[in-house]
Design a protein around this ligand. Structure first.
Ligand code: PEP
Ligand code: MN
Length: 350
């Protein structure tokens, strides 16, 4: 149930409404907008039906939320959520400026990580990605450097000023990964690992939640709801391609996911054109499409020498190709009413 208050409501009136709802056994979530305050009520809605809520001073309207998710629902908050990563300049998702995360699929060593970080930073990326724990289809494939990679990521952050985005695969790793990383990535294969979702919901780090390979958008948003229900409201949704009958590309980028998620939720939405297309040559057109459709940012795989990459080399851009992508993106950003930091701005800020 959503309660919208009258403009100019006093704090005492607001407190009274909240107390009344909580007395009825529901939890409340207050969202203050410029003109109105929205009170989301979570719990058994049947008790509210008889509660004469419209008679409480300051209440303007009472509307049931028909969607199965509440905290992530657009109706639930007064303004779109902007997720700010720590106090890193430009590392925010959902504002006017687009945020681009770039880096290798896997952290393979300190030198390659540092080289990549410097290159992507100077091209305008605001955050560094790099897998330490890798979810590989084969148990015999490279599984990532684990804790050693986390330390490398933290060292390179100290050197470059770029905040770190890395995947956490297991609830038991959440604390350690959160000590080193600035954004916790939940991979596509773990989108419905509910104990992992709840665990990242209890830490104070933004979460990048990737859509499962065969997940509907409703399932993606319900996964976000798991995280938010534990108290962590800083969730960034990521469309990374889904499995369809088409085999020409690694996955099928669901462009329509972007406007649908933006309309139904208040959360920022970014796109991963690398895992969607599965080939370096597809990254640029898919990235352009994503920004044109309203995405708030991108996550892109970049490797100093893709042919030597230990994972996802086929879809990794060279630093030069990444710089070209960022250059080409500018016109699409402008057309979509968004901005991108110039390469020089990004370097100075970091
Ligand atoms: C990744 O970002 O390297 C990754 C494994 O992505 P996904 O979970 O989307 O497959
Ligand atoms: Mn990858």
């Amino acid at each position: 149930m959503i309660i919208v208050t009258r403009p100019g409501i006093t704090e005492a009136e607001l407190d009274h409404i909240r107390e009344r709802i909580e007395q009825l056994g529901m939890r409340t979530h207050i969202s203050r907008g410029e003109h109105r305050t929205v009170i989301g009520c979570i719990g058994d809605e049947t008790v509210l039906r008889e509660a004469a809520l419209l008679s409480i001073p300051g209440v303007e309207s009472v509307t049931p939320v028909l969607k199965p998710y509440k905290l992530a629902a657009r109706e639930f908050v007064a303004a779109p959520t902007v997720v700010q990563v720590g106090d890193f300049v430009g590392a925010s998702f959902g504002g006017r400026e687009l945020a681009v995360i770039a880096g290798p699929c896997s952290v393979e060593g300190k030198d390659m990580l540092r080289t990549t970080a410097l290159a992507v930073r100077s091209a305008g990326a605001r955050l560094l990605r790099g897998g330490a724990f890798k979810p590989r289809t084969s148990p015999y494939a490279f599984q990532g450097l684990g804790r050693a990679a986390l330390r490398m990521l933290a060292d390179v952050r100290a050197e470059t000023g770029l905040p770190v985005v890395t995947e956490v695969m297991d609830p038991r790793q959440v604390e350690t990964v959160a000590e080193h990383a600035d954004v916790l990535q939940i991979g596509a294969r773990n989108m419905q690992n509910f104990s992992l979702l709840s665990e990242v919901g209890r830490v104070q780090r933004p979460v990048l939640l990737k859509r499962g390979l065969s997940a509907t958008l409703k399932e993606l948003v319900m996964a976000a709801e798991y995280i938010m229900a534990e108290g962590n409201r800083d969730v960034i949704l990521c469309e990374r391609g889904i499995r369809t009958f088409e085999t020409a590309t690694r996955n099928t980028l669901d462009v329509s996911a972007i406007p649908v998620l933006k309309a139904d939720t208040h959360l920022p939405v970014i796109v991963d054109p690398s895992h969607a297309g599965g080939r370096a040559s597809l990254v640029m057109p898919l990235a352009f499409a994503a920004i044109a459709a309203g995405a708030d940012g991108l996550i892109v795989e970049v490797h100093p020498n893709p042919e030597q990459a230990m994972s996802d080399g086929d879809q990794s851009l060279t630093p030069a190709a990444f710089a070209d992508l960022m250059h080409g993106l500018r016109a699409f950003a402008t057309a979509a009413g968004r901005t991108l930091p110039s390469a020089a701005e990004a370097t100075v800020a970091a």
